[in-house]
Write a protein that binds this ligand. Sequence first.
Ligand code: GTP
Ligand code: MG
Length: 335
Amino acid sequence: MGLEQLAERVLSGDQRAIAKGISIVEDRKEGHRLLLSRVFPHVGNAHIIGITGSPGAGKSSLVNGLVKEWRSRNKTVAVIAVDPTSPFSGGALLGDRVRMRDHDDDEGVFIRSMGTRGSLGGLSEACQDVVRIMDASGFDVVMVETVGVGQAELDIMKTADTVTLVLYPSGGDLIQAFKAGIMEIADLFVINKADLPGVDQLKGELQDLLHITERGKKGWEPPILETVSTLKRGMEQVVEESLAHHKYLASSGKKAERRFSQRKQEVMRRLQERFAADVLGLVEQELGPLESGSSEERDPYEVAHIIYKYWKQETKELEVSEQVDGDVQQGGDEE
Ligand SMILES: Nc1nc2c(ncn2[C@@H]2O[C@H](COP(=O)(O)OP(=O)(O)OP(=O)(O)O)[C@@H](O)[C@H]2O)c(=O)[nH]1
Ligand SMILES: [Mg+2]
């Protein structure tokens, strides 16, 4: 199957094509750029929900329960479970698969696991592109599950419309989440394992912390919900609040704002990558040979300035030569 045809099938929601398309973008295989370029005009309709929390908080169990709830509302759902530890489907993924088997025969559900070490070009980039494929192929809801441990996971969460932080009593993960900066970006707080003792205490601590961060002062006030995912208790409220948050994003203009800023940052990243690759050699050259020790004496501002000036000069020359090329070609046409 050619790439154009594959792209068409992805856009029509063909699950096998989607799986193939995901592999192509995840591994940065040949043609991934072309595929993504076909997909881009069709993204932006799905509600992207991030689910994060410490290991064992019950994220996968929650996602499983939420899939069922969304399906009962006739919404189609795609799920990406990002597993930071096992690149080649280790134990945790197997566990997820067992938990998610409830939805095996449902065409309106698509589940995919992603190992972090397997993804070329960075986890958050790969994950974002996978979300785009799912979005463009027509799923109403895309849920991304990650363990909230590193910067990459935090970056993934920043690309979601609605971020859900899963906590559990006596998990001791609240301060950790606070330090990691997840508290600041979470739109929904879910206290899972609400069947265990310590729920009220956790809730109190959470409210105190939210007070410090002054969340809710302007606009959305993140709700604190309780669930028992293994019994699928509390799923309705989580879906209701997710919908309410999505509505809030749309009506306040925040959704467009977020997506614009995400797109801007991504273009900036692409540019930085290319510039960095271009000027790295110049930087090393300018700093002088390592053995000479001369780099220690250099003023980094000055070095950057020299390289910047050099690079600008180069681009100018390039522009001129391109213009000349163009003229020559035009001249050739006239003859
Ligand atoms: N008592 C109780 N146990 C739960 C609940 N939800 C999940 N668990 C249990 O907690 C354990 C971890 O659940 P998972 O859903 O795998 O948690 P996770 O956050 O996805 O874990 P990782 O992906 O490994 O970080 C499992 O043994 C679940 O059965 C709950 O509401 N109550
Ligand atoms: Mg899990």
